[in-house]
Design a protein around this ligand. Structure first.
Ligand code: ADP
Ligand code: G6P
Length: 463
């Protein structure tokens, strides 16, 4: 597919991932794919990305209604660029250094090399004057590299994770190069206004760029930095919860969990998600006799993620020990108080879990947005259920009036908030859920994509 696409998305991952035996595909993990896949299907563009397997050279193909252009990564690229600079350096640095970032020159060299490869693939795919939308922290150098190759293109960039304040970003030995890479875009999008402000301030301080409000003058162009809070595919979720089999499954899950209050956590297994803190708080409620076994149960679903990165291996061990300890102390025969599943589910099962949960517990230590919180709200057409939400989730400003907000570092605060959410009366649940639903249903992922792309193409729309 040579220089034919009018709309190109460039992301580290393709929306589908190789299944373990190498035959066939399944949906890739994470919020980026949940948000961008519906946009791609409706806009008929081309998605440039990696298949998730090392050393795989594939021709362009179509899957699930999307045209996909694979970019190869060798085993060394996976280790140094993906597991290394992307997920052992940038990921912890951008999430408030909740784990120590690794600064390694060989990882940086690989990041430059792989970003060049993505830029070249996008340059080969885009038609004259096309719109190219680059996604996320793994590809921050692509905008400038692509502009160099193809000055005719309209280039947008969206960062799905937080963008750190000056004091943290300054640690990065390659801080200037990252900013210059992003400034290759015409529009740089962030989840929240604070992140856009951090970026503008850094451009002024580190690059001596002239800025006016959220616009940055750079190499004779004006680069706009703006916030576009991402959202969920409300249409898809509405369709899922209308299916009788999803409703039956929700009843079945509730029955299997023993009939008490169901608390639910659904996350990638990531140290930013605050899983250990929420489990600790839940366990202590039994120790304090605020809860009795059988009265409440916690189902924690954790999608396997970045399993070769050390911090993720440590976290998995920690959670598995913790679950064992809590059940060892408080469970009764045949009724564990925590159900922990280290697996990923299809969308039907996830929707059924959302319908089965009385309390959705979303307590990241830092999160760009957190789509799980919005998915739960979008599924609760029945106006039942409560949401315990971290103040450090990007979704907090939008959902603060209906959610039970909490500081996830404060274990006593978490315990009190979980109890309040468990004990919330149905009328109050309805009032809170209605408030949150109004926001989520009106600001779905289509509206998010339209706001970004209209702004990129020069017609600003309401975000
Ligand atoms: P992140 O992008 O950091 O993983 P988000 O909450 O923004 O966090 O997005 C996670 C996405 O992955 C959501 O769409 C959610 O439904 C999906 N997801 C999370 N856990 C699972 C799981 N165990 N099985 C299937 N999908 C999952
Ligand atoms: C987050 C990131 C995405 C990433 C996803 C899954 O949503 O913002 O860029 O794709 O996590 O992580 P993975 O490393 O498996 O691609």
């Amino acid at each position: 597919m040579s220089r034919e696409s009018e709309f190109v998305v460039v992301a580290n991952r393709l929306p589908v991932d190789r299944v373990a035996d190498g035959n066939g595909w399944r949906r890739s993990p994470g919020g980026l794919v949940s948000a961008i896949a519906p946009v791609m299907r409706s806009r008929q563009g081309t998605w440039v990305g990696w298949s998730g397997a090392a050393g795989e050279r594939l021709a362009p193909f179509t899957e699930d209604g999307m045209h996909l252009v694979p970019v190869e990564q060798t085993a060394e690229d996976v280790e140094l660029y993906y597991e290394g600079f992307s997920n052992a350096t940038l990921w912890p640095l951008y999430h408030d250094v909740v784990a120590p970032p690794v600064y390694d020159r060989a990882m940086w060299d690989a990041y430059v090399r792989v970003n060049e490869r993505f830029a070249a693939a996008a340059a080969e795919t885009a038609a004259e004057g096309a719109v190219v939308w680059v996604q996320d922290y793994q590809l921050q150098l692509v905008p400038a590299m692509l502009r160099e190759l193809r000055p005719d293109l309209r280039i947008g960039f969206f960062l799905h994770i937080p963008f750190p304040p000056l004091e943290l970003f300054y640690q990065l030995p390659w801080r200037r190069q990252i900013l210059e890479g992003l400034l290759g875009a015409d529009l740089v999008g962030f989840q929240l206004p604070g992140a856009a402000a951090n970026f503008v301030r850094l451009c002024r301080r580190l690059l001596d760029a002239r800025t006016a409000k959220q616009d940055i003058e750079w190499e004779g162009r004006s680069v706009r930095a703006r916030a576009f809070p991402i959202s969920v595919d409300v249409e898809e979720l509405r369709d899922l919860i209308a299916r009788p089999e999803v409703r039956w499954r929700a009843d079945e899950i509730r029955a299997d969990l023993g009939g008490g209050t169901v608390l639910l956590g659904v996350d990638r297994l990531d140290y930013t998600k605050g899983i250990t803190q929420r489990l600790q708080a839940f366990g202590e409620l039994f120790a304090d006799r605020e809860l009795k076994p059988g009265e409440a149960v916690f189902a924690q679903i954790a999608t396997p993620s970045r399993e070769r990165v050390e911090q993720y291996q440590l976290l998995r061990d920690q959670i598995e020990q913790q679950v064992g300890r809590i059940n060892g102390q408080y469970a009764e025969l045949g009724s564990p108080v925590v159900h922990y599943l280290h697996t990923s589910y299809d969308r039907e099962e996830l929707a059924a879990l959302f319908l089965a949960a009385d309390v959705m517990v979303v307590t990241p230590l830092r999160d760009g947005m957190n789509l799980v919180a919005k998915e739960y709200v979008a599924c609760r057409e029945d106006l039942r259920g409560t949401l315990v939400l971290s103040e450090f989730a990007g979704a907090a400003p939008e959902l603060r009036r209906g959610a039970f907000l909490v500081n996830p570092y404060d274990i006593d605060g978490l315990k009190d908030t979980m109890l309040a959410a468990i004990r919330c009366e149905p009328a109050e649940q309805g009032r809170r859920m209605r408030t949150m639903r109004k926001r989520v249903l009106e600001h779905d992922v289509d509206r998010w994509a339209a706001a970004f792309l209209d702004s990129l193409e020069g017609e600003p729309a309401a975000a």
